[in-house]
Design a protein around this ligand. Structure first.
Ligand code: F6P
Length: 465
């Protein structure tokens, strides 16, 4: 069996006993790494004051080596805060209005990818299978190829791939497309993302599909497929079942005083549509004044990427929005929106999901959205809640028992809240069962295995050159 080498911006480090941190991706990829042995490489989370990043730390846990590289502050500002999160992230989420393109940041992005390649090459063995994750590292395969690496290299994009009209607003879109074609397998979250990617190739006459999962572009074949990421479904269900034991969940239930709970859980990111959701909740309250005091929205929203201006702006906007709605609709003994920036543990989250009659997942655009899946996995099979889901989340391609909304249509989302709250038990159970069966079958372990199986069979154009 070949060794696996995983590369991602952040590395989820295990505890002192080698147990991976909670989180589907970390658990599934660790399981694969444990079986084959290998390396997980990424940024150490530390910056150095040096002009050249010097620190490279290796931690060994059984058959897995964690290779962590420091970055300089300039690297971090240009690669992560700059090009990755102020250019690629907004463009890939169709927010051209928020993209701030700067040549210097782009140079930093490619420089860090070169650094990762330089540091990885001496550790590679000829049979290693390399799996690169996400938009921070699109050029990595091209950098490895330049250094003579002929190994199988796969790439998985965790965020959406935009349509050609949007992508071409990125001044270096051709380089990004060519770099992606250096992988043996390019994996996307949904068939829409895959179609958008092929559409970009076709539009520029660079290539096209030759069959369902093979693309011919820039003079060679490579595999491209949709691999919708899953969660640890059974584990979430187990956690939720005993979550009543978590004191925070019990306290929440008591404090609701009989009022129904709706829940939203999102990183504070403009792609998540939190303000649109609050508008819809307010519209629902305005149209249903009898619900005052009988319905509470818990919005959990941990801060994210706070060094990026657009994120700071939206933090302030969402805070003000919650305050306005609470001021206008709240009473001395009822606050309509409970807004918390705390990150909650999985046992607590699963309990809160189970307590909530409605899960509100309303992103403006989202690669997958695992909260939608976690909400379903956490429900009580005898009395499940209802998922209100944006059609612009990747999860909407799978969770066909949700109540779908267009988050830009406030009236529709407000009406969906009412429909979800009033849905009869037999309909809730039928919708939930369908989605839960799907999630049990297509969990994160399945995702990981399907990607690696397909990578092991992908056409290998680099071996011949
Ligand atoms: O959804 C894309 C993603 O990069 C995830 O992989 C990650 O967990 C999340 O966004 C948060 O990103 P960051 O590493 O910037 O905090």
């Amino acid at each position: 069996m070949s060794r696996l080498v995983v590369v991602s911006n952040r590395v989820p480090l295990p505890d002192e006993n080698g147990n991976p941190p909670p989180g589907g991706l970390a658990v599934a990829v660790h399981a694969a790494l444990r079986e084959s042995g290998g390396i997980w490489m990424g940024w150490s989370g530390k910056t150095t004051g040096e002009e050249e990043p010097t620190g490279l730390t290796t931690l060994e846990h059984g058959k897995i080596s964690y290779v962590l590289t420091d970055l300089t502050q300039a690297d971090l500002d240009e690669y992560y805060n700059g090009f990755a999160n102020r250019v690629l992230w907004p463009i890939f989420h169709c927010r051209l209005d928020l993209a701030e393109y700067a040549r210097q940041e782009m140079a930093g992005y490619f420089r860090v990818n070169r650094l990762f390649a330089e540091r990885l090459v001496p550790m590679l063995e000829p049979d290693d299978v390399i799996w690169v994750h996400d938009y921070h590292l699109i050029p990595l395969a091209a950098e490895l190829r330049k250094r003579g690496v002929k190994n199988r290299i796969g790439f998985f994009l965790h965020i959406p791939w935009p349509p050609a009209d949007i992508l071409t607003a990125l001044p270096v879109y051709e380089i990004i497309m060519r770099d992606l074609a250096e992988y043996d397998l390019a994996g996307f979250q949904t068939d829409y993302d895959l179609d958008n990617f092929v559409g970009c190739l076709r539009r520029e006459k660079w290539g096209d599909r030759t069959d369902k999962n093979t693309v011919h572009a820039f003079g060679h074949d490579f595999a491209a497929g949709a691999y919708p990421i899953g969660i640890e479904t059974a584990e979430f269900a187990r956690l939720a079942e005993k979550a009543g034991e978590a004191s925070m969940v019990g306290e929440m239930e008591q404090s609701l005083n009989g009022s129904a709970l709706m829940i939203g859980v999102d990183r504070l990111d403009y792609s998540k549509g939190i303000s649109h959701r609050i508008d819809a909740f307010e519209r629902y309250l305005t149209r249903n004044p009898e619900m005052a005091g009988k319905l509470t929205l818990l919005q959990v929203a941990p801060h994210s990427r706070s060094d990026v201006k657009e994120y700071l702006d939206m933090q302030a906007q969402v805070e003000a929005h919650c305050g306005r709605v609470n001021g206008a609709h709240g009473t001395i003994d009822w606050v309509p929106i409970r807004y918390v920036n705390q990150s909650l543990t999985r046992p607590v989250l699963s309990g809160l999901y189970r307590l909530a009659k409605v899960g509100l997942v309303t992103p403006l655009r989202d690669g997958m959205n695992l909260v939608a899946k976690e909400y379903i996995a956490s429900q009580d099979p005898e009395d499940p809640g209802v998922l209100v889901l944006s059609r612009f989340a990747g999860a909407a391609r799978e969770l066909d028992g949700a109540v779908f909304i267009n988050p830009y249509d406030t009236d529709q989302t407000a009406a969906a809240i009412g429909r979800a709250l009033e849905m009869p038990l037999d309909e809730r159970m039928a919708r939930w069962r369908r989605m839960m069966d799907h999630l049990l079958k297509n969990d994160v372990g399945h995702w990981c295995r399907s990607f690696l199986d397909d990578l092991s069979e992908a056409p290998l154009h680099h071996a011949a050159t």
